[in-house]
Design a protein around this ligand. Structure first.
Ligand code: MG
Length: 372
């Protein structure tokens, strides 16, 4: 690898993103550019501004990329992008930082051999079925309005963000208005051992799954709840490695896994998590991290490998981003489905002018040294 450039971008959102972790006012992300023997590739780091979803932030990702990950790859040669995951595994955790660099290598590799990322990964789907998330709202009526908009666009599943004081009542209101809707809830780890009654009430609402009710490390508590409710539990924050899937299976702590490539360490790590879920009979689907259409295209390529997967949450980024960084952002290919990119590499083209305009910090390193 000859040269790497890391850019920090700050992009305007359509509206603040509200979860049980707090509000996100703008989309900050890192864009990594690699020069792999003359072939340019890009990768997006999905780390958020605050360390509430995982430990990483956009600033820790910058530090890990610039001071540790990039120096290990500069001057290195690879036979195949799947080797990057192994090379970077010497750096503990910091999955989103490492995933960005790996994505850039996959992008350069795909472009150099004129193959799409999905094709390189053995993707089997040409379109990925989609679900969407509706955040907490000012009132059940406001929530019903956003659910109605999602249903009208043909999304295959609607997932409601829940939090203490915003759970049973709004979910019941949506279920009453849409008796046949494929419906799920996501608690983002906001509950504890004293909250089983909340989930027993939700268990009667015919939900597809209840996502991450408890703290990421508290798999025994998830196992206890799973043994007391019929609804499958789905784990998100708990799963950062294929070994986590083995533990979940042994404890019977959940029946489904939300695979976010950034959270588990990238493309290669995602395929390993997916294979582990298959071995243990756990349902899977791919989740999003409010990425731009660039990072999202890479996740869609991973989702294309999951023929039996449930609807993924990889809807067009225009749902959350007011400004995107690619020339032709993905749209819905048909109601509730997105096309898997077929162009070489990640499969979408960056808009260099937009990237420059919204870059707030740039750093480069080459085999001959680095410059700020
Ligand atoms: Mg989640």
């Amino acid at each position: 690898m000859r040269e790497v450039t890391v850019r920090r971008l700050a992009l305007p959102l359509v509206a603040p993103i509200v979860t049980s972790y707090g509000q996100q006012q703008s989309k900050v992300c890192l864009l990594v550019q690699v020069d792999l023997d003359g072939q340019i590739g890009h990768g997006e780091c999905a780390a958020l501004a605050m360390p509430f979803y995982t430990e990483e932030t956009v600033d820790t990702a910058w530090h890990v990329l610039v001071d540790f990950a990039v120096p290990r790859l500069i001057g290195a040669t690879f036979d195949h992008p799947s080797e990057v995951w192994e090379v970077l595994s010497v750096i503990r955790g910091n999955h989103m930082a490492k995933a960005a660099l790996e994505m850039a290598v996959w992008d350069a590799y795909g472009r150099s051999c004129s193959r799409s990322l999905a094709d390189c990964l053995g993707g089997v789907l040409s379109e990925v079925p989609l679900g969407v998330t509706c955040g907490t709202a000012a009132s059940p009526d406001a929530l019903l309005e956003s659910v109605g908009a999602a249903v009208a666009q043909g999304y295959r599943r609607v997932k409601l963000k829940i939090a203490p004081s915003w759970d049973v009542v709004p979910t019941a209101a949506v279920r009453a208005a849409y008796p046949d809707l494929t419906l799920a809830v996501d608690a983002n780890a906001a509950y504890g051992s004293g909250d089983f009654q909340v989930f027993k009430k939700l268990d009667k609402m015919g939900l597809s799954f209840i996502e991450q009710p408890f703290a990421a490390r508290d798999l025994p508590l998830h196992a206890q709840l799973q043994s007391e409710v019929q609804t499958p539990l789905c784990l998100d924050e708990s799963i950062c490695h294929e070994q986590d899937v083995e533990i979940v299976a042994r404890l019977q702590a959940a029946r489904a896994i939300n695979i976010k490539p950034a959270r588990v360490g990238g493309v290669e790590a995602s395929l390993r998590v997916l294979a582990s879920c298959r071995r243990h009979g756990l349902a899977t689907w791919c989740g999003g991290m409010y990425e731009t259409s660039f990072g999202r295209a890479a996740s869609i390529a991973v989702a294309a490998c999951d023929e039996a997967g449930w609807a993924s949450e990889l809807a067009p980024a225009e749902r959350h981003l007011a400004v995107d960084i690619v020339r032709k952002p993905a749209k819905l290919a048909s109601p509730g489905r997105v096309a898997v990119p077929v162009a070489p590499g990640v499969g979408v083209e960056l808009d260099g002018e937009v990237v420059s305009r919204y870059s707030v910090r740039v750093w480069s390193a080459s085999a001959g040294g680095h410059r700020m």
